[in-house]
Design a protein. Structure first.
Lengths: 536, 290
């Protein structure tokens, strides 16, 4: 009979006490870390945005006009996911375009200057892009890779040699024309390609024509208002208005997507409403330290006028150079160590030694790299104390081991099965590396490199060692010009006696640095997600 | 080199290895060794006293074999018997394994492929390979098939060649509308046929297949088997398989490798499965071990 007899089969209970204790300990540890970080960030943001200075009623108006409607839309978007996705796409395109625009302004307009950009655009960038497009159109042509290599080597040399002539040409045609040629026209061509071939909306030629027409007719009209220069308008036309226009057009074309425009609309309308309401009621909002004036002013001994401009430009200049140097050297070293280094014989011993040492170098304190930079780059080679090039080379050394290690990981993650497939087809090692390994490894390489760059941009110790100035009242003008960097400037301000500096200006600097860092990290995440989902 | 056995009936025993028999002769072979060369067809690949070592371990012992052209030659045997190793010797894929060492001779059209001046890359362009697990490149279907042609700089009429290869691999009808989709979106069986299409796109003379159906379901397996039989009309196919029924179904010749890396018997498939010379082969075929 199948009647269960409880007396005969009993189960002892198994103790889970240790497991439960462990679970709550780990939970506590992670909560502690998060809360500590959160409190710190809150404190910094509180100071940087001067949140204590606003009236309570202003916050009430903020909640009613902006926060509540936006949260309402978010709640709606959780049910109507299409609306959420469209809104997110619009907002991220706008943010990305804005950041790209600022990046272009910092790198081309401020650091390089339109004349230098014009020279290297003609000799390096344009030929490279042209060759790339030609190869896309006719993939069977085999000399393109070699030609690109030739352009990479010869282009900068020709550019430097003809710099004077091209600068004169630039001074004749003017900066705005340079941007028209190098940014607006490519943006128009890309818009045409994206709309016709990728989104298949048709009207690509119309869109491209519209972009050019805006550049020729609307921009001269707008820049009669003395806000920013014509060049800046053209830059934002290429990086912000064109992509945003394409995204908006795409979503307007699909009726079910149109509801997504409500999100950004509610937010912008809410901000407008807030301005009107607070103006009418006479409510005073916060007076933030972190504002437009702060980003565009050079340092000052008056807290009200102090800004991070020269330090931001210095940091961006250094980090662009570091990115170029570490990508070239780091990826090269990683490819050699993973693909070419011998696995047996005396060569293998040397390769193993190099690998172990690179891993160890990743843990060397940054101040040691500072001494190395001081001794080698500043003194021995004579690149100067506290110059952009010395700082860039020193920081490159600092993150090179990390870049090499992450690039090696990415290359090693490419499965051997597709390598063998390529070799089995009769591909050479170079063809396999170029066509199979690198395309697969690039997202991982880029992610690792960008995270390492994030570390470099926040470094202070090596910069102190090589004599980078803590405060500089103008941005660097060239490779051998003395510079400062964001962490150096923040460090300097933190020792100023006045409370305005200690609790306002420093906090705003920290926020700026964090924004730059988080932006770089989000680019890394976006790249990884994009390549992982495409996998093509 | 003693391999020009064109005469249809001559029993040659001028070396102790090579015997030429009439295919209709019912597989007579006085000598206990293991070669049968079909007199109607020329042999494409032959090995002579081939030894392979991985470090100190010997993976293949004294392999001497002649593989006839335009036939399906199957290599069967238990795991670790060296049949895949032999396959990878033919197109020198073992060069990629650092610890592998090859001794002896392996001829492709009478040319020793282990001679110093033979470029393994050039060799692999004439001997295609299909692997155990489908390994398409993470590229589009079109780019997968075009890959071999592109790396050889042979890009005239690329579209036509891609289409022809996909048709010969019996995949065209399934993918013709989505050539630009990722090859990784295909099913396992489709991926393997794509890998075959990729291999035949460059028009090799020999196609090596290393257990090409072992990772596939029965339906996909039978598609691959049909395909192999068709391919043998134009190509020399050498297939390693775990599956004895598969070898019996599709191959013309069968080589039986047994543990320790020795080639125990090589003959017409019918003879191997019905009346093998060696007791060990019979034990293996009838499932007494392995």
């Amino acid at each position: 009979m199948a009647t269960p007899t409880s007396s005969e089969t009993t189960f002892e209970s198994v103790s889970r006490t240790k497991g439960a204790v462990f679970e709550y300990l780990t939970l506590g540890a992670s909560l502690f870390g998060l809360v500590a970080l959160g409190v710190l960030l809150l404190y910094v943001f509180w100071d940087a945005f001067g949140l204590a200075t606003a009236e309570i009623a202003w916050y009430g108006a903020l909640v009613i006009c902006v926060v509540a409607p936006t949260l309402g839309f978010v709640a709606y978007a959780r049910r109507n996911t299409v609306a959420g996705e469209v809104a997110l796409e619009l907002v991220s395109t706008a943010m990305g375009g804005l950041l790209a625009g600022f990046g272009v302004i910092a790198v081309i307009e401020v650091i390089a200057g339109p004349a230098v950009w014009f020279a290297y655009f003609l000799t390096v960038v344009a030929p490279l892009v042209g060759l790339f497009l030609y190869n896309r159109a006719r993939p069977e042509v085999t000399w393109v890779g070699l030609a690109m290599l030739g352009v990479l080597i010869a282009g900068p040399i020709i550019g430097t040699l003809t710099l004077d002539t091209l600068t004169q040409i630039e001074s004749l045609i003017g900066g705005p024309f340079v941007y028209l040629l190098s940014l607006v026209l490519p943006a128009a061509v890309i818009a045409r390609y994206v709309i016709d071939d990728y989104l298949e909306l048709g009207n690509g030629n119309f869109a491209a024509g519209l972009v050019v027409a805006v550049a020729f007719f609307a921009v001269p009209l707008i820049d009669t208002l003395p806000l920013v220069s014509r060049s800046v308008w053209l830059i934002f036309l290429s990086t912000l208005v064109t992509p945003l226009g394409i995204v908006a057009w795409k979503n307007l074309a699909a009726p079910e997507n149109r509801v997504g425009f409500a999100g950004p609309g509610i937010f912008i309308g809410g901000v407008g409403l807030l301005l009107i309401v607070t103006d009418a009621l006479g409510l005073s909002g916060p007076t933030p330290w972190f504002d437009w004036q702060y980003l565009t002013s050079n340092p000052s001994r008056f807290a009200d006028q102090a800004g991070l401009y020269s330090a931001i430009i210095g940091s961006v200049f250094i980090i662009v150079l570091v990115a170029l140097i570490t990508l070239a050297l780091g990826v090269g070293a990683a490819i050699f160590l993973e693909e070419y280094a011998p696995d047996s014989g005396p060569g293998a011993a040397i390769a193993r030694l190099i690998r172990i040492n690179i891993s160890n170098l990743a843990g060397v304190p940054s101040v040691v790299y500072g001494i190395l930079g001081l001794a080698v780059f500043a003194n021995l080679v004579g690149l100067g104390f506290g110059t952009v090039i010395t700082a860039a080379l020193t920081l490159s050394l600092l993150i090179l081991p990390i870049v090499i290690i992450s690039a090696r990981e990415a290359i090693r993650a490419v499965p051997d099965s597709i390598r063998n497939a390529s070799y089995g087809m009769g591909a050479t090692k170079w063809q396999t590396t170029r066509n199979i390994v690198l395309p697969r490894a690039i997202p991982g390489i880029l992610t690792g490199t960008i995270l390492a760059l994030g570390r470099a941009i926040g470094e202070t110790a090596p910069l102190i060692m090589i004599g980078v100035a803590t405060t500089k009242f103008s941005p660097p003008s060239g490779l051998f010009s003395k510079t400062t960097a964001m962490p150096m400037q923040i460090f300097a301000w933190s020792s100023y006696p006045s409370a305005e500096f200690q609790h306002g200006v420093v906090a705003a600097g920290v926020v700026t640095l964090l924004v730059v860092l988080l932006t770089m990290n989000s680019i890394a995440i976006l790249l990884r997600n994009k390549f992982e989902t495409e996998e093509l | 080199m003693a391999n020009e056995n064109q005469s249809a009936t001559a029993q040659q025993s001028d070396t102790d290895q090579l015997i030429s028999t009439d295919p209709g002769g019912g597989g007579l072979s006085e000598q206990s060794d293991n070669q049968t060369v079909d007199s109607e067809t020329e042999s494409v690949v032959q090995s002579q006293n081939l030894d392979v070592y991985y470090g100190d371990t010997q993976a293949l012992q004294d392999i001497t074999i002649e593989i006839p052209s335009n036939r399906v030659t199957a290599m069967i045997g238990p795991s670790g018997c060296g049949k895949s190793t032999f396959l990878r010797c033919i197109n020198r894929m073992n060069d990629l394994v650092d610890i592998a060492r090859v001794e002896g001779d392996l001829y492709f059209h009478g040319q020793n492929v282990y001679d110093d001046y033979v470029d393994p890359v050039a060799l692999r362009r004439r001997i295609g390979m299909v692997f155990q697990h489908p390994n398409p490149f993470p590229k589009s279907i079109y780019d997968n098939v075009a890959y071999g042609l592109r790396i050889q700089g042979n890009t005239e009429n690329l579209d036509a060649k891609v289409e022809q290869s996909l048709k010969r691999a019996a995949l065209w009808d399934e993918v013709k509308d989505r050539l630009d989709d990722s090859a990784l979106d295909l099913s396992g069986g489709q991926q393997q046929r794509l890998c075959i299409a990729r291999a035949i796109a460059v028009d090799p003379e020999v196609i090596l297949m290393d257990e090409p159906a072992s990772a596939l379901d029965p339906i996909a397996t039978s598609q691959i088997e049909d395909l192999i039989e068709e391919l043998a009309e134009e190509y020399t196919v050498v297939i390693v398989t775990h599956n004895m029924q598969q070898a019996a179904r599709i191959s013309d010749q069968t080589a039986v490798f047994l543990t320790g890396g020795e080639l125990v018997e090589f003959d017409d498939t019918d003879k191997i499965f019905e009346n093998p010379e060696s007791q060990r082969v019979e034990d293996y075929i009838t499932g007494k071990f392995g």
